[in-house]
Structures are given as C-alpha cells and as structure tokens.
Ligand binder design. Structure first.
Ligand code: ADP
Ligand code: MG
Length: 246
C-alpha cells in the first residue's frame, strides 16, 4: 500500500489545565488514504474541527505524531510548517474566503502569486474545466452564485496540486442544490484528478459522497463506514445521544 496522504498516531489534544482541562482528542489513530474522499462526522463537540486543524498543521498537538505524506509535521519548526502547508495542503472553508476585488481566476491563482510560484497552466485548465468554471473566470465573487463561489474556492485549493485538501463544512452556507453541485465537483476532483479530500460535515447526504466516513465521539474514533449511503450514515448518527451535530 502507498504512503497515506496523512496519518496521526496516538494524537491527543487538550485545552486548558486542571479543573477546566478539556480533552478534545484522545489517543486518535487515523490514516487518510491517497486518492480517496474521506468524511469526518460526529456530534457537536466530538473533536471534528480539532482533528482537522491538527492534521492540517493549523494547531499544535498535546502529544502524539502526525505525518503529511512522508513528512512528520509534529517535528517541524514554524517556518517549515508554514511552507509545508502552503505547498502541500489545500483548504476549503464554510465561508468561501474569496477576495471580493479579484476575479475568479485571480482568486484561484492568488496563493501561487503570493508565493511567487509559477502556475502550471495545463493543470489549471484541467482544474477549471473539471469544476465547470471556464465561462466564469472574469467574474468577481459578487457576480457569482454561492455554489459557483465555493467551486472557485475548491479550484483555488486544487491549483497547487496539494498532497491533501481539507474541507470544513464546505456546503454549510449553500442551499441543497448548490451543495450537491459542490460535492459532485469534490467527488470529481478525487475520481478524475486523483486528489485526496478530507471533509468535516454534519450532513449525512454530504457524507454519502465520500468513500469512507470516520465517526468521532468524545474525541475518539468510534466507527468507520465504507461506501456510505445517506441512510446508513443517518442511522449511525442516530445512535449518538441527542443527534445534535454542528
Ligand atoms: P466539533 O468540531 O466536533 O464540534 P471541536 O473540535 O470544535 O468539536 O471541539 C472538541 C472539544 O474541544 C469541545 O469540547 C470543545 O468545547 C473543545 N474546544 C475546542 N476548541 C477549544 C478551545 N480553543 N479552547 C477550549 N476548548 C476548546
Ligand atoms: Mg466544529
């Protein structure tokens, strides 16, 4: 088997100390396979965002080790980590985070432009056509629908061919039709471009686009579901107390 796109071993993350100490992640072992779409689900407070932030090198860990590809990120200094994030990790957030004064195309190439890196034009063309953005490149975000704006954000994440893309509730601000569209394109980036995608979501329908769903409960991995259907995911979520997910 090839090297996982990302891996955590005995990852523990706690906040605060003494009486107010909260263990957000408790000895988590997880491997994210290359070229797959993985969804992370679980009730509110189960540690989804913390896990994503630690895996992406956005947050430091209390103990344990994390790798992105072959690189152990828990042994890097800040400068090395910043560079690794820039070159090997793509992000898609719930809020699209596009710059309003730039066109769609300028937003897509912005990270490369800031890094002073040449954009691979052939790859960019492939990404843009995979995301169906060819006739929207000159538009500014305000001239695009929510779904189109999020497709631009996905294209921006794909543009540098990162080792892995992390998406935190990428459809959280979209109506169900635009959400389905964005999920279809994320799926396409895995199937057609070989991208690795990890998505945090509370929506069983969104999770059903993934190849694998990892369920968190109280900071631990409590279950896994391969080739999920929305019904199977919903059924699993119902077994959590309260069904209140965020
Ligand atoms: P989820 O994304 O699944 O809702 P989080 O990863 O945001 O869960 O949070 C996991 C646990 O860690 C929760 O109990 C939450 O209150 C706590 N937590 C998260 N971030 C912080 C923080 N910055 N300071 C203190 N506690 C936090
Ligand atoms: Mg969260």
């Amino acid at each position: 088997m090839s090297t996982p796109a990302a891996r955590a071993a005995q990852l523990t993350k706690s906040y605060g100390a003494g009486d107010t100490r909260v263990v957000a992640l408790d000895s988590v072992d997880i491997e994210i396979e290359q070229g797959r779409f993985t969804a992370i689900m679980g009730p509110s407070g189960s540690g989804k965002s913390t896990l994503m932030h630690c895996l992406a090198g956005l947050d430091n860990v209390s103990s344990g080790r994390i790798w992105i590809g072959d690189t152990e990120i828990t042994s890097l200094n800040d400068r090395q980590l910043t560079r690794l994030r820039r070159d090997q990790v793509g992000f898609v957030f719930q809020a699209f985070n596009l710059l309003p004064t730039l066109t769609a195309e300028e937003n897509i190439t912005l990270p490369a432009d800031i890094a002073g890196r040449k954009v691979d034009e052939a790859w960019l063309k492939t990404v843009i056509s995979t995301l169906g953005l060819g006739d929207r490149l000159r538009h500014r975000p305000s001239e695009l629908s929510g779904g189109q704006q999020q497709r631009v954000a996905v294209a921006r994440a794909l543009a540098s061919r990162p080792q892995i893309i992390f998406a935190d509730e990428p459809t959280g601000n979209l109506d169900s039709r635009s959400g389905a569209e964005v999920l279809g394109f994320l799926r396409g980036s895995v199937d057609e471009l070989g991208q690795t995608v990890v998505m945090v979501t509370h929506d069983p329908v969104a999770a059903s686009y993934a190849d694998l769903v990892v369920f968190l409960g109280d900071g631990r991995v409590v279950d896994r579901l391969k080739d999920p259907t929305a019904d199977a995911v919903l059924e699993r979520m119902r077994r959590f107390d309260g069904l209140r997910a965020d």
